[in-house]
Design a protein around this ligand. Sequence first.
Ligand code: PLP
Length: 368
Amino acid sequence: MPIRRNAVSRSRASDVTPAKIVREEIRALSAYHVPPSTGLIKLDAMENPYALPPELQKELAARLALVTANRYPDAGAAELKSALRRAMRIAGDFGILLGNGSDEIIQIVAQSVAAPGATLLSVEPAFVMFKMIATFCGMRYAGVPLEADFSLDVEAVLAACERHKPAVIFLAYPNNPTGNLFDIEDVRRIVAAAPGLVVIDEAYFAFSSQTFLDELDRYPNVVLMRTVSKLGLAGLRLGLLIGRREWIGEFEKVRLPYNLNVLTQAAATFALGHYDVLLKQAAQIVRDRAVMAAALEVLPDVSVFPSEANFILFRVADAARTFEGLKARGILIKNVSGAHPLLRNCLRVTVGTSEENATFLSALQASL
Ligand SMILES: *Cc1c(COP(=O)(O)O)cnc(C)c1O
């Protein structure tokens, strides 16, 4: 006869299922999907297509060889912050919070303000992580639809502010996946009426004609988020939040002390020392964006939305068919058609190298 020691606790243990323990709203989610891209030209994730020049790669390798991986990283990342201040001309009176990508910063901000019943507000379509992270943090989420041309529906946002009293509003400037810059006057009206914090997400600042940085000091309820991901350093995972020290000081308490590893700190500090190289690559992408937009505009049955980012949103007759046609021809872009009614039959393509863009354009013609 088998000995049934611990029978009671074992049967209790077998009652413990994810359905009982994991929050319902988490069980209802699907994990953020990253499609496989092996063997494909990768124009789906707003990556900069250019590597560092070979001589800088060599120098970087030498720096990384000297990194003290046996010690914890500098929790305050002082050197990296100075490099960011110099490169992005961030005034000394602002504080800086660093995140493992700006995704982590969104999470830190949400965790900091997620009192029971608190709302995170954004517009739709926008960056999907705003809503996902609100859910992770147990916040309510309110998404206000944009106009059909993807401009802000200011009256609707103001009404939603009145109704939900959002603790925090996230606005991407330029917006993803639409690519446009919101009218600055519209943004200012929302900032003036917001009952809580407003986070301006400038993930695409390097490709945009506008930034909020120059007027940040005018608004006590605004902080500005950036990332180096779209600037050629996506693999390092580094985002930053710029703002008044009162805000940054609170968020610092929620940040895990060693969120930026030694390799990221060393590599990003080095790369930011050659910021001109990254900006030159961004300028090339902006020129190639104009070429690509012009080529898309002349295609029959394609409509192109204006972009101030390193990607272009366009509408075709049948997004699923065109997406699959491109993939069959070796090109991966993003089908955003199902993400929101305003994005019906829309595809998003990242601007790559001139050669990649040319390959994409001819594959697209064959896939329409
Ligand atoms: C890509 C993107 C981010 C995320 O950037 P990471 O720093 O790589 O986490 C944030 N906001 C918007 C609008 C983006 O498109």
